[in-house]
Design a binder for this molecule. Structure first.
Ligand SMILES: *[C@@H]1O[C@H](CO)[C@@H](O)[C@H](O)[C@H]1NC(C)=O
Ligand SMILES: *[C@@H]1O[C@H](CO)[C@@H](O)[C@H](O)[C@H]1NC(C)=O
Ligand SMILES: *[C@@H]1O[C@H](CO)[C@@H](O)[C@H](O)[C@H]1NC(C)=O
Ligand SMILES: *[C@@H]1O[C@H](CO)[C@@H](O)[C@H](O)[C@H]1NC(C)=O
Length: 310
């Protein structure tokens, strides 16, 4: 997750192709600054011991009854999205104020600040950051939230082990040959042509889409939880991670637009592709307690009734 861009963009007028928005000149695409170098170019904290992303092994995730339902404030309003920006590393959508989450086993309210995306190279080359049982999905959407008590001060948030809460939504290709679906994503992706170059940003005030619109079909009470880090330098170990079990389905044509439209710099620079960090050593993962045991025993009951009849 690209938290820095959320609040501070120290884009010094460097003559480099990659006008760095962060202090450390990291990248995804060059051997000299790609993620395999981060632990050495950003030793504080990218070489730490609770780094993200991770592979989530579903069979090893312990059930935890304290992982209750979330409350999402103003995720249903169509005026919550403020602007969409090409940061040169990702596409980021900043929110207006008063968007919040609570519950979900979090210690207090967190303000929702922005979301951004990670992708591969078209729907065929997946680029989610988290993987589940070794499977990588086409894209991943991260909603970045900061402890409400810090009042938007992300310097304080990244210095606190639970200062940020990230909500990770895995995106998979919609089955069948649907195009332009869902409508919310069709609308969102129309703006990509307005931000093909790094640093470009346009208003989303006329978009008329809500966060709920962008997250159809996801049971937001069913998720994995672990303590990790930012997935971009400086990799601060300040993030309570939530990765939802259900995937958001987006049609292939729309997924493909990300890797074919936005560039790492200006029009002569490469497209942004494969902007995900590789898997880090495992952390202990918990998960919401599910009703699947009940379903299972009901299923068995139905089976025995059936068998009894035979
Ligand atoms: C685009 O970026 C390249 C590499 O940094 C630079 O040499 C070139 O002048 C830029 N072109 C424009 C039109 O800004
Ligand atoms: C990370 O790098 C710093 C600076 O080189 C070093 O002091 C620290 O021990 C390293 N941490 C780990 C977990 O390797
Ligand atoms: C995006 O670009 C299109 C085509 O150039 C233009 O018509 C539209 O007004 C732009 N949208 C915004 C929000 O600037
Ligand atoms: C959502 O997930 C929760 C937790 O696993 C479960 O109890 C609930 O029944 C699910 N809701 C739906 C509509 O599937």
């Amino acid at each position: 997750m690209n938290w820095l861009g959320a609040v501070l963009t120290v884009c010094v007028l460097v003559s480099s192709a990659r006008c760095a928005s962060d202090a450390i000149p990291w990248c995804y695409d060059l051997p000299s600054c790609s993620d395999s170098t981060w632990a050495t170019i950003a030793t504080k904290f990218c070489n730490g011991t609770r780094q993200s992303p991770i592979d989530i092994v579903s069979g090893s995730a312990q059930s935890d009854s304290s992982l209750t339902a979330f409350k999402f404030d103003n995720y249903d309003i169509t005026t919550s999205l403020k602007s969409i920006t090409n940061t040169g590393k990702t596409v980021k959508v900043n929110f207006n104020s008063n968007i919040k989450i609570s519950g979900g086993g979090l210690s207090e309210d967190y303000d929702s600040l922005q979301f951004h995306l990670h992708w591969g190279n078209g729907a065929a080359v997946p680029g989610s950051e988290h993987t589940v049982n070794g499977k990588r999905y086409p894209m991943e959407l991260h909603i970045v939230n900061s402890k409400a008590s810090f009042n938007g001060d992300t310097t304080l948030a990244v210095a606190d082990g639970t200062g940020l809460a990230a909500l990770g939504f895995l995106i998979e290709e919609m089955p069948g040959d649907a195009t332009g679906q869902p409508a919310s994503w069709k609308k969102l992706t129309t703006y990509l042509t307005n931000i093909t170059n790094s640093g470009e940003s346009v208003s989303l005030s006329g978009a008329g889409i809500s966060l709920d619109d962008l997250l159809p079909g996801v049971n937001r009470s069913s998720y994995y939880r672990y303590l990790g880090s930012l997935t971009t330098p400086s990799c601060n170990e300040a993030v309570v991670w939530t990765v939802f079990k259900d995937k958001v389905q987006v049609s292939k044509d729309l997924i493909d637009l990300f890797s074919t439209t936005v560039r790492v710099s200006n029009t002569s620079a490469p497209l942004i592709i494969n902007n995900f960090r590789r898997i880090q050593p495992a952390q202990s993962v918990t998960q919401t307690s599910s009703t699947s045991k009940t379903c299972y025993s009901l299923g068995l009951m139905a089976l025995s009734v059936l068998l009894g009849k035979l």
